[in-house]
Design a binder for this molecule. Structure first.
Ligand code: E4P
Length: 215
């Protein structure tokens, strides 16, 4: 499973990249707002940190508008993926972009059939939102299992990019199911390192090494 980082915070991306945790980056308008910097400058800076795919979200409500934005976004870096919302206009845009060989990420997926529609339009990635489903008391991870089954049934090569990840268990479940990618906030990536026995073991080794060094 690939790890994408779900943030527009370039310092956080740099730190995670140094630990080998960044196969790609996803952004959305809320994350760009939170990072507090110019959209284009932020994406271009991310492109200096990683060679992995960077999802950049279109803001228009019409396919025509989305395609215009995509034409600009692809000039911002060499590995730009155009993020498009799940809607009829969005799927028109995905179909057109896919015909031109431009990679797309269909976002705001909450049902397996939305994922199938996006795959049929030619999406490179679908982004099912597990955390937001959990928030309304629907088990988000079941959606991932259903999409995996459907894509495998028909040998669809659209990649499942698990989004709205809130904790390491989402990642564990996604990996067990065979999701292609999980996009993860920086703090959750760091949680993956943690286990109390690891911390205790490190402390013991350090203590024992001190005694041993003293001879
Ligand atoms: C990523 O592509 C999504 O936009 C993001 O994971 C959404 O996460 P949230 O539900 O925590 O806002």
């Amino acid at each position: 499973m690939q790890f994408f980082i779900d943030t527009a915070d370039t310092d956080a991306i740099r730190r995670a990249h140094e630990m080998g945790l960044v196969d790609g980056v996803t952004t959305n308008p809320s994350l760009i707002k939170k990072a507090g910097k110019d959209h284009k400058a932020t994406i271009q800076e991310i492109g200096t940190i990683t060679d992995g795919p960077i999802s950049v979200e279109t803001l228009s409500e019409t396919a025509e508008g989305m395609l215009k934005e995509a034409d600009e976004y692809i000039t911002w870096g060499k590995n730009i993926v155009i993020k498009v919302v799940m809607s009829p206009e969005g799927m028109k845009a995905v179909r057109a972009l896919s015909a031109r060989g431009i990679r797309t990420n269909v976002t705001l997926i909450f049902t397996p059939m939305q994922a199938l529609v996006a795959a049929k339009a030619g999406a490179t990635y679908v982004s099912p939102f597990v955390g937001r489903l959990d928030d309304i008391a629907q088990p988000g991870i079941e959606l991932i299992q259903q999409i995996r089954t459907i894509f495998d049934n028909y040998a669809l090569d659209t990649q499942i990019l698990v989004a709205s990840v809130r904790h390491p268990i989402h990642m564990l479940d996604a990996a067990l199911i065979g999701a292609d990618v999980a996009t993860v906030p920086p703090a959750t990536l760091l949680q993956l390192f943690k286990h109390p026995l690891t911390d205790q073991g490190i402390a013991t080794f350090i203590e024992d090494a001190k005694a041993w060094h003293k001879g």
